[in-house]
Design a protein. Structure first.
Length: 224
């Protein structure tokens, strides 16, 4: 018998993070999904399929056992269609207590070029280390649990980008997973600005970071 007080609290935690993700425009419409482990650890709360991040409520969230058993819910909805991906990651990684997958536009757009998002900033190096890029499945289909799971077998992997799709991050809390999504989006945006400016300035490769703006760069910007 699962602890109903714990379920209610976890649902409230999920709803709060889902709203934050929506408010930041990392996930609009009804795509993406997020889940977190219950205190008993062998069950999770997950968003229902077809429900937007901004529309999550205690009544439409689903409780699923790690063996795949879906518990009856107040509304007759199905769990996220990516349920198997979530269950697989929880089974593989005891340290993972929350998962957030979103279709954030900068990260998705950047990696649709076929390039991994480099860890450009100090914070991405410190907090993530590397953001693997997982290609589409055969026939350009959505990435599967069999593709995503092995990438996360190394405990050092905290997040990945699914090509032409979105990001997926894991954490001890859902807010930690949300922070990864925000950091990846920030990195993709920053790199786009860098690459665009390099093109404008005619730089073939990034210059080493300096303290303060170099006078030559100021002159080049004035000429542009
Ligand atoms: Zn998705």
């Amino acid at each position: 018998m699962l602890d109903q007080t714990d379920i209610a609290k976890r649902k409230d935690d999920l709803i709060a993070v889902a709203k934050r993700c929506f408010d930041l425009r990392l996930q609009t419409n009804s795509g993406g999904n997020l889940s977190l482990r219950l205190g008993e650890r062998h069950a999770i709360v997950i968003k229902a399929s077809g429900v937007g991040f901004n529309e999550c409520t205690r009544e439409n969230l689903q409780v699923v056992m790690l063996d795949g058993t879906i518990l009856p819910s107040e509304q007759d909805l199905k769990p996220s269609k990516d349920l198997e991906i979530h269950l697989d990651l929880y089974r593989r990684r005891e340290d993972v207590c929350a998962i957030l997958h979103c279709h954030s536009p900068w990260a998705t757009g950047y990696t649709s070029t076929g390039q991994e998002i480099p860890c450009l900033t100090v914070q991405t190096v410190e907090k993530i280390g590397r953001i693997p890029l997982i290609p589409l499945s055969e026939n350009s289909g959505t990435q599967t649990a069999a593709q995503i799971g092995p990438v996360f077998d190394a405990q050092s992997v905290k997040a990945a980008v699914l090509a032409n799709h979105g990001t997926i991050g894991v954490g001890k809390t859902l807010m930690a997973a949300q922070h990864l999504a925000e950091l990846i989006e920030e990195a993709a945006h920053s790199i786009f600005v860098r690459d665009t400016l390099m093109l404008v300035l005619g730089c073939e490769r990034p210059r080493l970071p300096r303290h303060g703006t170099h006078q030559d760069e100021l002159k080049a910007l004035e000429r542009a």
